[in-house]
Design a protein around this ligand. Structure first.
Ligand SMILES: *Cc1c(COP(=O)(O)O)cnc(C)c1O
Length: 400
């Protein structure tokens, strides 16, 4: 059974909600993956930054195998002996007082929205069910009906209504627009510190600092969606660390699961997260022992193996190499932080998808976002030699 067989089978029975690159993977290790024919590729997407630790990190897979042989799921109807350790681990890692575990990123965002609203009504004193959260053009926070209600991407949004009210959309990287949008019903701001899906949109230096100041001045909440940018992806613990910020709410997901298991959640102090009382929110799988072991080990490995530092070092090096292509006949711009890098292809050079296919033929798999941007986001375990190898392939495809 070859790649063709599997792709056709999926095309026959699977819903068509993804346009997958034509490569059928069956094995992975570190930065490498193999297709069913045994051909090796470097993974330059890392499952949208969920594989920060590399494929099948031995310490993470061992911890999960051990846990599978002990206990996998209890529901929160009972305590288990892993969730307490996980909540402590996250609180020490984030510096926040409380953590609420969920599974997928979108659920983490939904949890944050519910917390923000509760705080708006019970602490700030906004008239219940009338509050507004400020969000940003080209945002990506997930796929649930409430979250896509404030998406500005027609494909994500249109024909999925009626939509959830209570969101005000303003341009990204524009503090004046935020100031203007604030009124006496404003609860807070929900933002991606770098807009990953929008094409690695990096805001101006100081922009996030100004937003946090605006939030403090108006006594509204500052919530950062670090699902894609967290856990070392941008060369710091969280992306907001580049400006030394302290958001009221941190939303996590993706790499928190160690590349194995869906784990997400929200960290905040008691004055916010403490407002969610018994029975008011939950998840059958959220906080299950297997997920907790994935999360605990993911953070341990991140720290023990200094993956955040490696992301900063290799990211700076990779960026320096890629910048050599900037302004040639194909590459308009290279932008990013750490190992989250976007290469903007010139309009005149045709769609990014064509280059993504050529890169695959050279043994490097990545994905375009929109028509003109290629995202390079390798696992954070990548070495300098592997970056050199990747760049030689990229140069072959995107060089003059
Ligand atoms: C991926 C992502 C999400 C959604 O996560 P899922 O696990 O796919 O639900 C939310 N926000 C950001 C910034 C993301 O990158």
């Amino acid at each position: 059974m070859n790649s063709e067989y599997f792709m056709n089978l999926e095309r026959q029975y699977g819903a068509n909600n993804y346009e997958s690159l034509e490569v059928v993977l069956s094995k992975g290790e570190g930065v490498w993956v193999w297709n069913v024919e045994g051909i090796q590729f470097m993974d330059m997407l890392s499952a949208y930054s969920a594989i920060n630790h590399g494929h099948r990190h031995p310490k993470i897979t061992k911890a999960l195998k051990d846990q599978i042989d002990r206990l996998t799921l209890t529901s929160r109807a009972f305590f288990n002996d892993k969730l307490p350790l996980f909540t402590e681990k996250i609180c020490k890692f984030t510096g926040k007082e409380m953590f609420l575990p969920m599974n997928t990123g979108a659920e983490g965002v939904e949890t944050a929205i519910k917390c923000m609203r509760k705080w708006g009504y019970e602490v700030k004193g906004i008239e219940p069910e009338t509050g507004e959260i400020i969000v940003f053009e080209e945002n990506f926070h997930g796929r649930t009906t409430t979250i896509i209600s404030f998406s500005t991407d027609p494909g994500s949004h249109d024909h999925f209504g009626p939509f959830t009210p209570g969101f005000k959309i303003v341009p990204y990287n524009d503090t004046e627009a935020v100031e203007k949008a604030i009124n006496d019903r404003t609860i807070g701001i929900l933002i991606e510190p770098i807009q990953g899906e929008a094409g690695v949109n990096v805001p101006d230096e100081g922009y996030l600092t100004k937003l946090q100041k605006i939030c403090r001045k108006h006594k509204i909440l500052f919530a950062c969606d670090e699902i894609q940018t967290g856990f070392g992806r941008t060369g710091k613990r969280f992306c907001f660390d580049h400006e030394g910020l302290d958001p009221d709410i941190i939303i996590m997901g993706k790499a928190l699961g160690g590349g194995v298991y869906p784990v997400s959640g929200v960290a905040a102090n008691k004055d916010i997260l403490g407002l969610i009382k018994k029975g008011q929110h939950g998840s059958t799988f959220g906080g299950n022992p297997l997920a907790c072991v994935a999360g605990i080990t993911a953070i341990d490995v991140l720290q023990e193996e200094k993956l955040i530092e490696n992301s900063a070092t290799q990211g700076t090096y990779f960026m320096k190499l890629l910048k050599q292509l900037e302004g040639n006949s194909k590459v308009e711009k290279v932008r990013g932080k750490g190992l989250l890098i976007g290469v903007v292809i010139k309009q005149s050079a045709g769609p990014a998808k064509g280059y993504v296919k050529k890169l695959r033929d050279e043994g490097l798999i990545c994905k375009e976002t929109h028509d003109t941007i290629i995202r390079f986001a390798p696992p954070l375990v990548i070495t300098k030699d592997q970056i050199d190898w990747a760049f030689s392939k990229i140069q072959k495809v995107l060089g003059d």
